[in-house]
Design a protein around this ligand. Sequence first.
Ligand code: FAD
Ligand code: SF4
Length: 342
Amino acid sequence: MNPFTFVPVEDVPGALWLAGESTSFIAGGTNLIDLMKVSVLRPARLLDINRLGLDAIEPTANGGVRLGALARNAATAWHPLVRERYPLLATAILAGATAQIRNMATNGGNLLQRTRCCYFYDIATPCNKRQPGSGCSAMGSLARQHAILGASAHCVATHPSDMCVALAALEATVQVVSPRGERTIPFADFHRLPGDRPDLDTTLAHDELIVALTLPPADGFRAHSVYLKLRERLSYAFALVSVAAALDLDLDGGIIRAARLALGGVAHKPWRDPAAEALLAGQPAKEASFVRAADALLQGAVPQGAGEGSNAFKIPLARRAIVRALALATAGTVTQHAEDAP
Ligand SMILES: Cc1cc2nc3c(=O)[nH]c(=O)nc-3n(C[C@H](O)[C@H](O)[C@H](O)COP(=O)(O)OP(=O)(O)OC[C@H]3O[C@@H](n4cnc5c(N)ncnc54)[C@H](O)[C@@H]3O)c2cc1C
Ligand code: SF4
């Protein structure tokens, strides 16, 4: 690991004053320190933001909830307001990592965790995300974890977060501050597709600090939501494909009034297409409707990798997962297992 200075900061203005090039904020450290250990990231200075507060979870005046950027993932998932109003988010968070990591990981850090592309972590291999212009080792090679949607000729990595898939479906917003002031970023605009700048995961500037996430009211979706995560093993693994599905059904439960659908593990950002959701509105909550929405959401899907390293299996897997998640959501909200309780 490269040498660095470690600076605890006591307040937000102090953090912003010191932020800049070669400096990284450190929250839970569960991703940043791993990347520093393998020399993928080499900040000269770490600003420890854990004393800034910013960990409140509180209701908003319009019936939503504001999540502090420094609230731990576990505290967020088990908070009564989140469990009651956003079971989709609670379930998605608890599908990620392990209890120990969720106790340490923060909401802001979760949004900014880097891809799990194995070549990104291996500094002996070319990787445009780690070293712009060096090439992409995943293309035509081992790419089981990689993207089927929204990839570019420069990068086929996926965003690994579970929490972010639910946040996308719930249309969260991200509140950030910088020396230039405050701004609010709609979740759909926070993460970016790789294009010709795969080194940039998000639209956040280097000196911007995430202070909170805000969830708008989602009462209509509360009774019929599911986070379905498919992975190589049942814990301690990132999603091959995941689906956040939420339905607002009419009183008989037969017709869909509105739908939210987001995919994880398939693109450089949580994958959502309002046109696919619109196809579900006004339709019976039946398999034929779900299949139409799945096909729309997966339109343009392209496999990556070659031979046994190909991820072509992800396209039919994602299609079946979408249909399954919508069927489960129709039957009623699925929450986390009792054995996950703290
Ligand atoms: C073994 C293992 C398994 C995992 N499995 C999963 C999984 O299945 N699903 C899943 O979703 N995640 C998984 N994770 C990832 C984990 O959720 C993230 O590492 C964690 O959420 C990152 O949060 P953190 O607070 O530790 O971030 P840090 O490591 O502290 O920071 C990550 C990045 O965010 C920046 N940052 C942090 N807070 C802020 C802020 N407030 N404003 C601006 N920048 C900020 C840091 O500068 C850094 O660049 C796993 C991690 C490990 C180690
Ligand atoms: S897919 Fe992206 S992160 Fe992975 S090797 Fe290629 S450029 Fe790097």
